[in-house]
Structures are given as structure tokens and as C-alpha cells.
Design a binder for this molecule. Structure first.
Ligand SMILES: [Fe+2]
Length: 307
């Protein structure tokens, strides 16, 4: 059976049928999925009861897996999953639901703010692949916003203003929005801000998009309150209903999205129910801009730092 792709929304999101992700894919299948990602930015595969190993093997078709380290406050000895998988559950390593005031749970509530995965890393993520192993009885949707459409809808004056802006992204900014500021010295060092362009160009389609996230806390060269007010305006603009696809999870869905073209957020669910989601993340091709303090790299004419 050949792969078929059916749009779920006028702008972003499509459902893929005719493929079993537990089995090795041939080059044509991988190319069809990549083309679907370039066009729809979010792909949904239903009824894929994957093991961790199968999820990792499928993910490797699309690049190098970004290790799930320095991205939350779970200590190495508390890990439930291998470093190839980010634990997007509310469980501890004994499979018990975390207490409502558990520090790890409170930190992870930051996923309910609009963001792009790993924009707080110097090399931000290309794709994320999220597998729903167990879902709550209601709530817990994931919403995706199309940052290409959001860019396109800006007026020309704003497009010119944002074109060359550089933001600083950090988990410390996004968590402070929820009043979580309880970081030890090791975490503060791990979560030091990185620089990202505000406007990115997709390497295949050439479309521009806004690269925003709750992690973005400053614009280089701007006064802080003005930067934060402007970033809030842009996020509000980019997440208008017409730009958003809402995914209502079924058990064993695998949803993959392009972090270069979308933002997403999780929605609330009952804190005493199990939600076991496991994410593999594909690393981007490189930084979007030179980092502060980094030695000036020799630039060839026309060599862009984009990813
Ligand atoms: Fe995320």
C-alpha cells in the first residue's frame, strides 16, 4: 500500500496513511514523508504502537537524534527513558504520577506555553516526533501554529523591522513566565541564553517564517521591556485561530512536526491521570546565527548560517 497524505487544516497538518512505522522504510517512503513535512509542517500517523527502539529507528531516517539532555530539571539518576528519548510524561521512573507540586512537573508545565522545541539550544531542532503511549481521558491536546502563514500575514513595515533581528532564548525565560525560578547553579549554566534569528528561511521551500518561542526573552540591542512587549505581540499575532491546527490525541498516534516552521503548546489535563508521551528530536543543520562570544567564523560570500 502506497503512502497517502490528506490535509487536516487549510494551512498545516496532514494525516498519513499506508505506512507501518515499526518496519524499515524504503527511500521513496522517506522522501514522501519529507515532502509532506516541507508542505504541511505537521504529520499525523494513527495506530502506530511503537517500542522506543522502533521510534528511534524511524526517527533516524530524518537526521541525527538530538540527545535529551540539558532540557529539563530531571537528574540523570531520575531518568525513565534512554537519552535518545525526551520524557514528555507525568511519570517518575517507578511509573507513578508525579505529585502536583513536584519540581519536575512544575518545570514541565512550561510545555503549555507556545514554543519551538530546543530553540534554547545553539543548534535548534529540525523535527520532533511524539509518540502517545498512554493518554488521559480528556484534555492534553497539542496545538500547532503555522509560523510561515504568520510571517506572510505581517505588513511590509513589520517584515522589514523583524528581518535581521536576533533574539536570545533560554529555558530560564520561559519558566519565569510561570513563576518558576528555582534553578540551581548547574541548571543556570546549562540553560544559559543562546541567540536565534527571528526570521528563518526554510532550506527546501525557501519560505520565511517567524522563529518565536516562550524561550525568547530579549532582542539583541533593544531595551528589555520593549523587546518583551514586541515578542508578546508577535506571539499573539502568530497564534490567531486561523493559523492553528489542534491535535486531539489517540493512543498510539505518532505526530511529527517541523520546529523551523511551527510553534506548539500542550493543553491542560487532569493532574492525577497518566499521560505517557515520548519524543525523539532531530537536530537542526546548524545555528541560525553566530553566538555571542563565539569567534568570528570566516564567511564565504553567500554562505548563510541558516538551518
Ligand atoms: Fe515541545
Amino acid at each position: 500500500m502506497a503512502i497517502s497524505i490528506r490535509p487536516l487544516h487549510p494551512l498545516l497538518g496532514a494525516e498519513v496513511a499506508g505506512v507501518d512505522l515499526r518496519r524499515p522504510l524504503d527511500a521513496a517512503d522517506v522522501a514522501a514523508i519529507e515532502a509532506g513535512m516541507d508542505r504541511h509542517a505537521v504529520l499525523v500517523f494513527h495506530d502506530q504502537p511503537l517500542s522506543d527502539e522502533q521510534q528511534v529507528a524511524f526517527s533516524r531516517n530524518f537526521g541525527t537524534i538530538e540527545p535529551a539532555v540539558n532540557s529539563n530539571v530531571i537528574k540523570p539518576e531520575e531518568r525513565r527513558l534512554s537519552v535518545e528519548l525526551a520524557d514528555i510524561s507525568n511519570l517518575d521512573r517507578d511509573q507513578r504520577v508525579l505529585a502536583r507540586d513536584d519540581r519536575r512537573r512544575m518545570f514541565n508545565l512550561g510545555n503549555e506555553l507556545w514554543h519551538s522545541d530546543s530553540s534554547f539550544r545553539a543548534v535548534p531542532a529540525k523535527y520532533s516526533l511524539l509518540s502517545a503511549r498512554a493518554i488521559p481521558s480528556k484534555g492534553g491536546n497539542t496545538e500547532f501554529a503555522d509560523m510561515r502563514a504568520a510571517y506572510d500575514a505581517l505588513d511590509d513595515e513589520t517584515k522589514a523591522e523583524v528581518e535581521d533581528l536576533i533574539c536570545e532564548h533560554s529555558l530560564i525565560y520561559s519558566r519565569s513566565l510561570l513563576g518558576f525560578a528555582d534553578f540551581d547553579e548547574e541548571e543556570k549554566a546549562a540553560f544559559a541564553p543562546v541567540r536565534q534569528r527571528l526570521v528563518r528561511t526554510h532550506p527546501v521551500t525557501g519560505r520565511k517564517s517567524l522563529f518565536l518561542a516562550s524561550h525568547a526573552g530579549t532582542i539583541v540591542g533593544w531595551p528589555m521591556p520593549e523587546a518583551r512587549a514586541f515578542l508578546r505581540d508577535l506571539v499573539e499575532h502568530a497564534t490567531q485561530r486561523q493559523f492553528v491546527y489542534v491535535h486531539q490525541w489517540r493512543q498510539y498516534d505518532l505526530v511529527m512536526w517541523d520546529n523551523r516552521q511551527t510553534m506548539h503548546r500542550a493543553r491542560r489535563y487532569k493532574s492525577d491521570e497518566v499521560r505517557d508521551m515520548r519524543r525523539t528530536t532531530i537536530a537542526g543543520a546548524g545555528p541560525t546565527v553566530a553566538q555571542a562570544g563565539a569567534p568570528e567564523a570566516p564567511r564565504r560570500p553567500g554562505a548563510a548560517v541558516q538551518g
